[in-house]
Write a protein that binds this ligand. Structure first.
Ligand SMILES: Cc1cc2nc3c(=O)[nH]c(=O)nc-3n(C[C@H](O)[C@H](O)[C@H](O)COP(=O)(O)OP(=O)(O)OC[C@H]3O[C@@H](n4cnc5c(N)ncnc54)[C@H](O)[C@@H]3O)c2cc1C
Length: 393
């Protein structure tokens, strides 16, 4: 099989890239290790930055998001018995975020690609990539027990943190930066109305908690947990009791509980691989970087990589220009590092790191400053709604 852009991974980055390329007349094939049902069953991100929302609309996949998504103009920070509102709308001159599940966004993208006759090979793991440094890129993959090959002009490595694209670059040509946090997030998804209209982030002496949602009737809650915890030892009641203890009194009283639709533990990690381009192999999304979910940046960074990558490929095919491809890695990484910084800072301010009283008091002082200073609130709000894309033409 031959295509212009061979895409490994049908997560948000691979699907969105394929959709944008298609709208510009560029052919792609997606190889996905998992089944379509598995991909559609994953519960992950839920907060979309304004620029991600704009990209989805421009890619003709924003219709259901605009109908069913929840527009948020702010969020609350709870700490030290207080609950303070960060008015993103006010401090950014009108920007906000959209709450719309990654599962729904993935479904919209898959349906759009299928309707246009796209080739998405499910249960087709890529096992090797070669030729990307000498102009003959080739992806070797498995399908129904057979080895097959996909010839292409470019390989887009959109295969997440555990994919093969980054590993294929070779250990000598890549530099990795990593921090693994000493705790995880235990999350529950339940068909109960959210405790508040917008998100509540809580710093509590028992550990962090987040009240999030997917719709007016479906809630997503998280509590900081031990990395060695196992979902099997957490009953639904134990989860709700622990969440209630960490919430401010007013929220705890309003909390509606119910049975889990899903419960899982996510480890927290900051990770960046440099560079993001190796000849005709270009990394995008979690394949190149991971952030702890506190700042809700992972999916949004995947979208911003796709913004730059699709621009570079469109200009290459339309005008035979390679300058944007040459700048792809540096341009992405400037924005990536700022989001990694913001996610690390927000995580450090909100979570319990051991029992050191000094550390706890410093977190409370920072939250007091943040919620009391116009400059600090503005910085928080503009990072949360997402920093603007760099010019890339
Ligand atoms: C619990 C949790 C909560 C999160 N919350 C948020 C949030 O609120 N906001 C936010 O922005 N982000 C959030 N994230 C992060 C977000 O989900 C990811 O950043 C996003 O999924 C990245 O998309 P991607 O397409 O780059 O990678 P992925 O979604 O990981 O997709 C990669 C795909 O590649 C496939 N693949 C892997 N190896 C191969 C192979 N060899 N061959 C073929 N296919 C392969 C995988 O099966 C997968 O389908 C959260 C993540 C988690 C786990």
């Amino acid at each position: 099989m031959r295509t212009q852009v061979g895409i490994i991974g049908s997560g948000p980055s691979g699907l969105l890239l394929s959709q944008i390329l298609f709208l510009h007349g560029i052919d792609s094939v997606i190889l996905e290790r998992q089944s379509r049902d598995h991909v559609l069953g994953r519960i992950r991100a839920g907060v979309l930055e304004q620029s991600t929302v704009d990209m989805l609309r421009a890619a003709s996949v924003g219709e259901r998001m605009d109908r069913e998504g929840l527009v948020h103009g702010g969020f609350s920070l709870a700490f030290d018995g207080r609950m303070e509102y960060i008015d993103m709308h006010k401090w950014t001159g009108g920007s906000g975020v959209m709450v719309y599940g990654q599962t729904e966004l993935t479904r919209d993208l898959i349906e759009a690609r299928m309707a246009d006759g796209a080739v998405i090979e499910y249960e087709a793991p890529a096992v090797a990539i070669d030729g990307f440094l000498d102009g003959k890129p080739r992806i070797i993959y498995e399908k129904k027990g057979e080895r097959r090959e996909l010839l292409c002009d470019f390989v887009a490595g959109c295969d997440g943190y555990h994919g093969i694209s980054r590993q294929s670059a070779g250990p000598g040509s890549i530099k990795e930066f990593e921090k693994v946090y000493p705790f995880g997030w235990l999350g529950i998804l339940s068909d109960v109305p959210p405790v508040d209209r917008e998100l509540i982030y809580t710093n509590h002496e028992r550990g962090f908690a987040l009240c999030s949602m997917r719709s007016h009737t479906r809630s997503r809650y998280y509590i900081q947990c031990d990395l060695n915890d196992n979902v099997d030892i957490w009953t639904d009641d134990a989860f709700w009791d622990e969440l209630r203890r960490r919430l401010p009194e007013t929220a705890a009283q309003k909390l509606v509980t119910g049975p889990r639709l899903e419960m899982s533990i996510a480890p927290l990690r900051s990770f960046v691989a440099e560079p993001m381009r190796f000849g005709a192999l270009l990394l995008a999304g979690d394949a190149a970087h991971i952030v702890p979910p506190t700042g809700a940046k992972g999916l949004n960074l995947a979208a911003s990589d796709v913004h730059y990558l699709s621009r570079a490929l469109i200009v290459y095919y339309a005008e035979k220009r390679t300058d944007l491809l040459d700048r792809y890695s540096d341009t992405c990484l400037r924005r990536v590092w700022k989001a990694v910084r913001f996610s690390w800072w927000f995580t450090a301010m909100m979570h319990k790191f051991g029992d050191e009283p000094l550390c706890q008091r410093l977190q409370l002082a920072e939250l007091d400053y943040l919620t009391g200073s116009e400059a600090a609130r503005t910085a928080m709000a503009e990072n949360y709604v997402g920093l603007p894309f760099d010019r890339f033409e």
